[in-house]
Design a protein around this ligand. Structure first.
Ligand code: SF4
Length: 367
């Protein structure tokens, strides 16, 4: 599945180490990783390809990895993931540590769907429509400038694992919720908590005043930003229905970044960690159709051969921006460290990092 939103990218750079074959790249990488093991820790997100994951010292979702980075004292953190994850790691690590994103073009289509200018404009408009207190919550999949926004405006960050607790907290702080950038995680979580769809509205930043009238904002309990993950939005209710009809013995489990219709039709839904644990703990012989990124699904299938595990979608639900982190780029970053001229460093400015940290710490205090 192609990622459609790639506006932040720099022009294509030449492929590094192009004179080397794939085998040579991997062999050099193994040597350099060993040689620099006291200086570099490699973090690999679950959605990375196996040829990259094999070099990871730690694997996990974005927050788990950032927390791993925080605990380590190695001077370089090589983050095999996407841009916003490397930013989160930079916010949580010490000033002496440098976070490296092997390919600077590795972004996230969902994170790109909300920017600070649009959020500031929306915030002013929403607050002009109501006297009730609006609490802003951002999914961790966003730029640091948005994490800073919630930090500065009494809100919090959430992940797909703790969204429910964070939203409960938000309603203890105010009467309305602004949730961005992923409409689906917001809608699915609020619906699970008993908030009706009628109490939710969508703010579309591409339309005047988000396409909403002041009275709609005044009436709504939840304002969802019009953002989504192009990978998870690829799963459809028709795929779930067809499986239920043809193979009723299969359990359908999906990520809450999938649409409301898909989550409602599935047997179960939860974060990446929830999906992994649910399948790990399931009895041998059980069958699972999984609605999340294909690299994770394939890895689960390899790891648990006593269960049948496959993607809910017949199409490749691949995060193409994650895929940009290739072993060649990793090698180029390792070589640069060896030469004492590190490249692709992710640095969040001091003020943004401080405000983002407030929001992150608020979340960690909630759960
Ligand atoms: S899977 Fe979706 S939300 Fe995750 S990094 Fe890729 S585009 Fe972003």
């Amino acid at each position: 599945m192609l990622n459609f939103h790639e506006s932040h990218e720099s022009p294509l750079a030449p492929i590094p180490e192009s004179e080397l074959s794939d085998e040579q790249v991997l062999s050099e990488l193994h040597k350099l990783k060993e040689e620099l093991k006291d200086q570099v820790v490699v973090l690999g997100h679950h959605y990375q390809q196996d040829d990259v994951i094999q070099f990871a010292d730690f694997t996990g979702d974005s927050l788990a990895l950032a927390k791993d980075a925080e605990k380590l004292d190695k001077p370089y953190v090589m983050f095999c993931g996407v841009h916003f994850m490397a930013e989160t790691a930079d916010i949580l690590t010490s000033d002496e540590q440098q976070v490296i994103l092997p390919d600077m073009r590795a972004g996230c289509s969902m994170a790109d769907m909300a920017n600070r200018e649009d959020i500031d404009r929306a915030w002013d408009f929403m607050n002009s429509c109501t006297d009730e207190k609006i609490v802003p919550i951002t999914y961790i999949n966003c730029a640091a400038s948005l994490k800073a926004f919630v930090g500065d405006n009494g809100g919090s960050i959430c992940t797909s694992s703790n969204a429910e607790e964070v939203i409960k907290w938000a309603f203890s702080q105010g009467q309305k919720l602004l949730f961005f950038p992923d409409q689906h995680l917001g809608r699915n979580t609020c619906a699970k908590m008993g908030i009706s769809l009628d109490e939710m509205v969508i703010y579309n930043p591409n339309m005047y005043n988000g396409g909403l009238k002041p009275e709609q904002i005044a009436k709504a309990k939840v304002i969802l930003w019009y953002g989504y993950c192009s990978v998870h939005q690829g799963f459809t209710k028709a795929q779930v229905d067809s499986l239920k009809e043809t193979r009723p013995e299969v359990n359908v489990i999906v990520h809450p970044e999938c649409s409301y219709e898909v989550v409602q039709a599935a047997d179960d839904a939860g974060s990446t960690a929830y999906i992994i644990n649910k399948i790990k703990d399931a009895p041998a012989g059980t069958k699972w159709a999984v609605g999340t990124e294909i690299n994770l699904v394939n890895r689960l299938a390899q790891k648990f051969p006593d269960k049948e595990i496959f993607s809910l979608s017949p199409y490749q639900c691949l995060c193409t921006t994650m895929y940009r982190v290739r072993p060649r780029w990793l090698l180029a970053s390792f070589k640069a460290i060896k030469e004492n001229k590190p490249i692709n460093i992710i640095k969040v400015d001091e003020q943004t990092a401080a405000s983002s940290k407030v929001a992150l710490e608020r979340m960690l205090a909630i759960k």
